[in-house]
Ligand binder design. Structure first.
Ligand code: NAD
Ligand code: ZN
Length: 352
């Protein structure tokens, strides 16, 4: 290991489910044979990190836990089996920290479906620390020309919405409704949709988010908090009035998951991405059958999707707003997120 790696580092630690996070010094871990140690410079803050702290999902986290899974940084050490990642390379710690690489899902590059995954900031420590461990096979390769702070939200939010748009089957020229468009995933979804030649109908709440969605390229913004008839407004935003070809459900509340089948176009696809606590999907069987509606889930993306999502960014096609604050301010970011007050993404700088 290079001599410059300290023994201790700053981290945000969840000591019990429910939170809060504690900003404190913890030891720097050493990479195993197939792992790299990454000096995290910036990490995006995803709503998943808040779900993890609150214990929202039916899957327990490790405790104590260092959250975070949009970590961009520089490789400072590697295990003896690692041959294809060099010290000094720019890489990303993403949600899927590692997978077995041998189950039938991994063999077919569906590694997010691996039954024994390592999840950054959930089952293994993630990127809300200055030095994080990642499996070398899974760290995202980041071209050196990409700014580490701007690329960090691509590592989960960008990748996830890019994959979800591909899963939707929507083709250039078609319409996609983005529900939760003003959040971290949503703001990037508008940009990816635009880059992929799709028309975006943005749905979220409040004027600030509306202004941002329009600036990012959404043709229409519908405010769910003031709309008198959201279903009618979504349909009216499509040229023939039949509704969007695809719906991306990125919101952190259950309501939109019950409503999407009312405005999606016949033969359209609803892609569920957001993970509100204790939520259920509901759709009328009659409409689903006679209007041939597809309803599916989409969960992050594989390593190829990651490389493609980063390449869209590298080419300058993806520019979504983010605010940078110190890692020490993570709890304040969570408080704003809980209140639904974040337009776009927050990124934490691990040096502050
Ligand atoms: P965020 O808090 O930044 O954004 C969520 C947005 O949803 C907010 O802007 C909020 O105003 C909006 N919203 C809430 N209720 C709404 C409603 N009724 N209609 C329209 N919009 C509404 O969160 P994020 O970081 O973008 O994450 C969104 C969700 O996606 C989270 O549940 C997260 O865990 C999940 N997620 C899933 C995957 C996956 O692979 N499937 C990956 C990353 C994140
Ligand atoms: Zn995430």
């Amino acid at each position: 290991m290079a001599a410059t790696i300290p023994k201790e580092q700053w981290a945000q630690v969840i000591e019990q489910t429910g939170g809060p996070v504690h900003y404190k010094k913890i030891p720097v871990a050493q990479p195993g044979p197939d792992e790299v140690l990454v000096n995290i410079k910036y990490s995006g803050v995803c709503h998943t990190d808040l779900h993890a702290m609150k214990g929202d999902w039916p899957l327990p986290t490790k405790i104590p836990l260092v959250g975070g899974h949009e970590g961009a940084g520089i490789v400072v050490a590697r295990g003896e089996l690692v041959k294809d990642v060099e010290i000094g390379d720019h890489v990303g710690i993403k949600w899927l920290n590692g997978s077995c690489l041998s189950c039938s899902f991994c063999q077919q590059s569906d590694e997010s479906l691996c039954p024994t995954p390592l999840l950054s900031g959930y089952t293994v420590d993630g990127s809300f620390q200055q030095y994080a461990i990642g499996k070398a096979a899974h760290v995202a390769r980041i071209p050196k020309e990409c700014s580490l702070e701007a690329v960090s939200p691509i590592l989960c939010a960008g990748l996830t919405v890019y994959k979800a748009l591909k899963e939707s089957g929507a083709r250039p020229g078609q319409q996609v409704a983005i529900v939760g468009a003003g959040g971290g995933l949503g703001s990037l979804a508008i940009q990816y949709a635009k880059a992929m030649g799709l028309h975006a109908i943005a749905i979220d709440g409040g004027e600030e988010k509306g202004k941002m969605c329009k600036e990012l390229g959404a043709g229409t913004y519908i405010d769910f908090s003031t709309s008198k008839n959201l279903v009618q407004e979504v349909k009216a935003a499509t040229p023939d009035g039949f509704g969007p070809h695809a719906v991306l459900l990125l919101a952190v509340s259950e309501g939109p998951f019950q409503q999407a089948s009312e405005y999606v176009r016949s033969r359209g696809t609803i892609v569920c991405v957001g993970l509100p606590a204790n939520a259920f999907l509901k759709a009328p069987v009659f409409d689903t059958v006679v209007r041939m509606i597809n309803i599916k889930g989409s969960y992050v993306g594989n390593r190829q999707d990651t490389a493609e999502a980063i390449d869209f960014f590298r080419r300058g096609l993806i520019k979504a707003p983010y605010k940078v604050v110190g890692l020490s301010q993570l709890q304040e970011v969570f408080d704003l997120m809980e209140a639904g007050k974040i337009a776009g993404r927050y990124v934490v700088d691990t040096s502050k």
